[in-house]
Ligand binder design. Sequence first.
Ligand code: ADP
Ligand code: MG
Length: 476
Amino acid sequence: MTKTDQERWLRVKDRLRAELGEDVFSSWFASMEIEACEAGAIRQSVPTRFLKSWVQSHYAERLLACWQSEDKDVIRIELVVRSAVLKTATTKPKNGEAEVFNGGAIRHNGGDGRGIPLGDAGAHDALGGSPLDPRLTFDNFVVGRSNTLAHAAARQVATAKRGDPVMFNPLYIHAGVGLGKTHLLQAITWTGNGIGERKVLYLTAEKFMYGFVSALRSQTALAFKEALRGIGVLVIDDLQFLQGKSTQAEFCHTLNALIDAGRQVVIASDRPPSDLESLDDRVRSRLAGGLVVEVGSLGEELRLEILKARVSAARAHHPGFDVPLPVLNYIAKAVTHNGRDLEGALNQLLAQNKLTGHPITLEMAERAVRDLVRPMEPKRVKIEDIQRVVARQYNVSRSDLLSSRRTANVVRPRQVAMYLAKTLTLRSLPEIGRRFGGRDHTTVLHAVRKIENLVGNDMALAEEIEILKRQLQDNP
Ligand code: ADP
Ligand code: MG
């Protein structure tokens, strides 16, 4: 291992960060280190088995591609778990797990005076609780037909005292996206910790997998029990994202330990327990053994109430903000899918109102809603269509695009087409490579990067691409 290997790794990390975004990067790659580098093989280490298998199954290709764009001769990445690696002088004696363990920052108070003080934020932090949004409280939750039961159950759980008989365990709330699951779960957490009777720990499934489980694994069995003893209510959001056999085993273990000890468990997911295919039968039946409640879609009336609540909340910070009732009625009618889009529509109006100073009109609302619906439901674009439209635009044939010809008049259109395939479809890089005459995924990646860079500086190309996108997305 040389100094330049370390430097190369730093550059690879920059690439990963740029491609994956800061959140993903810091979740999976921040604690990765380079151990050795020889004959085209890079050995890298991570602190836990779980991280290793996660990176292997989700990011192996990406990691290799990033290395290859740094150095074409790299052909293989070998991932190892750090404790199994003999520490060399170049390996920093940093403990990746300890970092994760303390990584869950929490926003105690939104700064607007509405946050509820946490009973013991220290414990929440130490156990790696996920960040909470101070706006997601019971006060701000609008109750309607579709969520009455879920709301009542959530309230009951939030206000139960230590030693009260547990009425339903776990409480399992499921609903489609944007229907208020996270809102209810965080409301339970705020309220429970505000009362201070029982510690409530809120974790997303991702946090559970990465922070909590790996933290527990680094502890002794005794410390594990000790940690659990501190938790009165364990809240897990988005359970459908819980993946991997060993994580599920840890989850099952934790669930049983808590329920058997009379602690409350609350879970949210986008589907009922019976549809969590990857979960083992025993866990599924344990989940189904408490109270399972579904939150139905928000009716128009409820949508209108949510909008009104939002407007008055916004007014606390923006006193001049006002949305006439007909506009609210229109949004409640038009935005049918979920609460997130209601918020999006209002935010757009608020932004326009702030920027232009114009009062909010129905036309503005129509535009906001239209803009919202388009990106939410992108038309499925086919790679063949991309090839056809690009070929026509640049006056080459589709077979030119797929050929191995490297003349400038086909290279650029081919890169544009690959770029569009990456941005407009969900196809992977290798798949796109195959569809472009059996090219390697690194070639596709190179094309995508190339166009991304050019678009930043070349207005004409940016516009061309914008037009191509429109053609592909708007035309049936
Ligand atoms: P989910 O977790 O089910 O995808 P969220 O809890 O994130 O949905 O809700 C999406 C948005 O809609 C949030 O801003 C939330 O506050 C809002 N929302 C959903 N249902 C309600 C409700 N009944 N009252 C107030 N706001 C709601
Ligand atoms: Mg959610």
